[in-house]
Design a protein around this ligand. Structure first.
Ligand SMILES: CC(C)N1CCN(Cc2ccc(Cn3ccc4ccc(-c5n[nH]c(N)c5C#N)cc43)cc2)CC1
Length: 243
């Protein structure tokens, strides 16, 4: 998978070259290129924004600059294998399911807006030619799209074959069975008078599996009852319902 990011703050994307993602790049599992939007300006001030039509606070990012940048980065749009992703507070929710869907994309091109966002005609123009996703990483307001891109790239890349050391990790993600994950423990056996639940040291794998499922159901009911309500009718067995 090739990932391109266009931004006025390239250094914001430096974490893409660290740790797990950096190793995925080094191993050739992904290619990552970060582009400075201002490279496609032609004025001495390198202007990327202008006042909003219709008035209102703040500035809007200019379509001309974005058009030149994305034409250059995406290349000939016809039959492009790329998806254009535009983070925005006004987007559809970015979810684990969407992360999985994007793992089949040959290319992901992220357009990081700032100010009050990017002139809508940029999305409208490219949506006529390729898949465009306007997505939000959550119901809170950021200052720009860069942090959202870091979140989304990590969520997608970790799902790619070979990236995670243990493939079971991605397969058994939180939300993979519709529930939140239960608690995890490691040594020491007792820490500040708090013991590890004895069942986890029992060696009884069936009992451990049941205990973990019960804790996941309890946690989901407490913190995310909406996830429980969204489960298909046959998702919970009799033992689950007893929790
Ligand atoms: C006038 C008045 C009533 N308006 C009311 C609505 N406000 C919405 C508004 C607010 C801030 C920004 C800053 N910004 C620029 C590009 C950009 C990309 C993503 C995000 C972003 N924020 N939160 C997320 N989950 C995001 C994602 N993904 C934020 C971005 C852009 C837009 C703007 C002001």
């Amino acid at each position: 998978m090739r990932i391109d990011v266009v931004t006025i703050f390239p250094s914001y994307l430096a974490p893409l070259r660290e740790a797990l993602l950096g190793r995925a790049i080094d191993r050739g599992l992904i290619e990552v290129a970060v582009h400075d939007l201002r490279d496609w300006t032609h004025d001495v001030h390198q202007a990327v924004d202008d006042s909003p039509y219709g008035g209102g606070p703040g500035m809007v990012m200019k379509p001309q600059v974005w058009g030149e940048a994305l034409d250059s980065v995406i290349g000939p749009v016809i039959d492009s294998p790329a998806r254009l992703v535009v983070p925005t507070p006004a987007g559809r929710p970015f979810t684990q399911q969407l992360a999985h869907e994007w793992t089949s994309a040959e290319r992901l091109v992220f357009a990081c807006g700032r100010y009050e966002g990017i002139d809508q005609r940029v999305v409208d123009h490219y949506a006529q030619r390729m898949p465009v996703d306007e997505v939000s990483i959550g119901d809170y307001v950021l200052v720009g799209g860069e942090v959202a891109v870091l979140v989304m790239v990590e969520a997608v890349v970790r799902l790619l074959p070979g990236v995670l050391g243990n493939p079971r990790s991605a397969a058994e993600d939180s939300f993979s069975d519709g529930l939140l994950e239960g608690p995890a423990y490691t040594r020491p056996e007792v820490w500040r008078d708090l013991p590890v639940p004895p069942v986890l040291r029992s060696g009884d794998h069936a009992a451990v599996d049941r205990w973990r499922r019960d804790r996941a159901l309890e946690r989901t009911a407490r913190l995310r009852p909406d996830l429980l309500a969204a489960l298909p009718p046959d998702a919970l067995d009799e033992a689950d319902r007893a929790v």
